[in-house]
Ligand binder design. Structure first.
Ligand SMILES: [Zn+2]
Length: 407
């Protein structure tokens, strides 16, 4: 039994114990397995319509599919429409919080934060810094600084929203801009740093070529003051032991994105290496390189990627990574992620019989087996309901109108 008052969890325990204490309080029977709302630690909202783009690894895929799509976000109305569809898709998949890449355009951040505010979602984002980006998608070190400062003032700490300094990755920013990112972070120590790290072999080679005297990819970020306890690096597929040790010492962490790493042929995240160095981990879909918005499906792929290197990921740990682990990585674990009393009541009702096969595979099974089957066989179909602050924001049986008025 979960007792919720004004959107906050006030008690959690067995029905037998709590029903007496809360006699007279209206009780709703939820049809399924209740887990905390999923926290997607790395996802790109402007890429949702570029998901499933054929034929290239990271750098070519960016040039061929992603950069052309991101140019459209210069137009505010277009950004508004995609932001609304994106957040509705998160809710349909049981994701209640996320750390999100927008585009280089400041208005793409406004569009996302306004749409998240209307849905009362706990969400983090920040303007992408990329002064070495292609035509139509690049800023300058100075404009990046001014726009970021204005957006931080406008959005950080407003309702459930938080700001992240977001250089795209090393190759799309000049040394000057990386220095400015470090200065912004130093001036606002309560913000996150969100970027990509050591995703793809071709990318790592290009970074090594530009920074000949850096010990590794992470060292480049370190030189600009971008590695700290509030730094979230997506991927980290190709890390040296030194980089892993440095991640641990600094308190920085990795958003592991297995479906993206498989889709772009980037490689298999090394859970064994990360665990030996006690690196903090969360889980991200990385849509549009990722192939699903579902954190269940992403957890199932994390299992397969880990097993490829000989580490069978426990289904409870996979659930932890998709909820409390990602929340800790994003420094919102005091608010969401494990439904502790005092936390915000963002939760999901999972349906173990969402498909005939799931029903057969989970019937009479223990919790670990049901959870694992949901991760391997489940996706958005297994999300019966999604609750934000104790209010139903998505109901599979009765799809409600979106906060933006679309059905
Ligand atoms: Zn990404």
């Amino acid at each position: 039994m979960l007792v919720v008052e004004d959107g906050i969890v006030v008690a959690r325990g067995s029905h037998a114990d709590l029903a007496r204490r809360y006699e007279g309080v209206p009780v709703e029977l939820l049809p399924g397995l209740v887990v905390p709302g999923f926290v997607d630690a790395h996802v790109h909202y402007p890429q949702m319509d570029s998901i499933a783009a054929h034929g290239a690894q990271l750098l070519d895929w960016l040039d061929r599919h992603i950069f052309p799509a991101e140019r459209a976000f210069a137009e505010r109305a277009y950004a508004d429409a995609v932001a609304a569809a994106f957040l509705d898709e998160l809710l349909r998949n049981g994701t209640t919080s996320a750390l999100v890449f927008p585009t280089v355009h400041a208005q793409s951040v406004d569009a996302l934060f306004e749409a998240a505010q209307r849905r009362a979602m706990r969400l983090l984002s920040g303007k992408v810094l990329m002064d070495l980006g292609p035509e139509g998608l690049s800023d300058t070190p100075l404009s990046a600084r001014a726009e970021s400062e204005a957006l931080i003032r406008r959005w950080h700490g407003r309702d459930r929203l938080g700001y992240a300094i977001t250089p795209r990755f090393v190759l799309t920013s000049s040394d000057d801009q990386l220095r400015i990112a470090g200065a912004l972070l130093a001036a606002h120590p309560d913000l996150l740093l969100h970027t990509h790290l050591a995703e793809n072999v071709g990318e790592c080679a290009a970074v090594a070529e530009r920074f000949l005297d850096a010990s590794d990819y992470l060292d480049v970020y370190d030189r600009f003051g971008l590695v700290g306890a509030r730094s979230v690096f997506a991927h980290g597929v190709h890390l040296s032991d030194r980089a892993c040790a440095r991640l641990h010492d600094s308190g920085a962490g990795i958003a592991v994105c297995p479906s993206s790493n498989l889709f772009l042929g980037s490689g298999f995240f090394d859970f064994g290496q990360a665990d030996r160095c006690k690196v903090r981990l969360g889980l991200g879909t990385d849509v549009g390189a990722g192939t699903s918005f579902s954190m269940l499906r992403t957890a199932g792929l994390a299992y397969q990627v880990a097993l490829a290197r000989g580490d069978p990921l426990d289904p409870f740990r996979a659930l932890f990574l998709a909820t409390a682990g990602s929340a800790a990585l994003l420094h919102i674990d005091d608010r969401v992620g494990c439904l502790e009393p005092g936390q915000e009541a963002d939760f999901v009702v999972l349906d173990c019989a969402a498909t005939p096969l799931l029903a057969r595979r989970t019937a009479g099974r223990d919790l670990a087996e049901r959870l694992f089957a949901l991760q391997i066989l489940g996706d958005d179909r297994a999300i019966a309901r999604t609750y934000i602050l104790g209010e139903c924001a998505w109901d599979r049986e009765a799809p409600i109108r979106s906060a933006d008025g679309a059905s």
